[in-house]
Design a protein. Structure first.
Length: 282
């Protein structure tokens, strides 16, 4: 049965508010599944399985699949397709409202290796990425389909107009690359923008083991709170400033960073050096 026929059989209407679109080209699902690179040791969490097209590609190769779907109208279809599969787990809920470690403990106990795959709506892309990055258990690889604009922000280089906190945090947690561009014509209803498949291979060890993660992310958040201002003004005048003006100014000088620069010219290594200097003065 084709996807359109499945949609009609279960009376499913795609909800614009949830960013739902039907992916018409199954070759895109194959490319995504290949990028996830599942083995029989891997458990995979799929966020938003929808009609199960990507799930069908993941399930045969994974040790287990936990499919988390927010929309109850998709559940009868998913239960009919995968209810008899021993390695499938279906859960209805909003992934952002659930602790990932607890979900894994309940549905994927004794997991040896965890991965994630998802076709992410634009409006929740960043919250979901942070939800998985900040989980107390390691997700070794995440493969997501996102709007092209977001994909380019994830891989933006220092100094680019779209370089910002998302690119910095992505580089801190992961090695990131764009696997494939997906034209808007591949979807129904057709969105106004193209999408990309992005692969995030999460680091096994912290990139800067001697730098406090919360302090570093706080510095980056403050730095980009007012992009048009100098780094000095952004850090000092941010409502989330991590230290006093005196400490921040001294730390910038010690780290060799000109306080008159803009945040989008500062590399992740430089932000890490700044966080070290701030920590030494707190």
């Amino acid at each position: 049965m084709g996807l359109r026929e499945t949609q009609q059989k279960y009376g499913i209407r795609f909800k614009k508010g949830l960013g739902q679109n039907l992916l018409l080209d199954d070759n895109i699902n194959r490319i995504m599944a290949d990028a996830v690179a599942l083995t029989d040791e891997d458990d995979v969490i799929e966020v938003g399985p929808g009609l199960g097209a990507l799930t069908t590609r993941l399930q045969p190769d994974a040790r287990r699949v936990l499919a988390v779907e927010i929309d109850k109208s998709f559940m009868p279809c998913l239960e009919d397709m995968f209810g008899d599969k021993d390695n499938m787990r279906l859960f209805r809920g909003d992934i952002l409202n659930h602790d990932i470690e607890k979900l894994v403990e309940e549905f994927l106990p004794d997991s040896r290796s965890l991965k994630m795959a998802s076709n992410l709506p634009y409006y929740i892309t960043t919250p979901i990425l942070f939800h998985f990055w900040e989980a107390p258990i390691r997700i070794s690889r995440m493969v997501i389909m996102v709007q092209e604009e977001v994909a380019l922000r994830l891989v933006a280089p220092v100094g680019a107009r779209n370089y910002g906190r998302l690119a910095l945090v992505a580089k801190y947690y992961s090695e990131v690359d764009i696997v494939h561009k997906v034209p808007r014509t591949c979807f129904l209803p057709q969105p106004k923008v193209d999408s990309c498949i992005v692969r995030l291979r999460n680091r096994e060890e912290p990139l800067y083991p001697d730098v406090d993660k919360e302090l570093l992310t706080g510095v980056m958040r403050s730095a980009f709170s007012q992009r048009r201002k100098t780094l000095r003004n952004s850090l000092i005048k941010s409502p989330d400033a991590v230290a006093s003006a005196e400490i921040l100014e001294a730390a910038m000088v010690a780290a060799g960073i000109d306080p008159g620069r803009r945040a989008q010219t500062v590399s992740l290594d430089e932000f890490a050096a700044l966080a070290r200097e701030i920590a030494g003065r707190l």
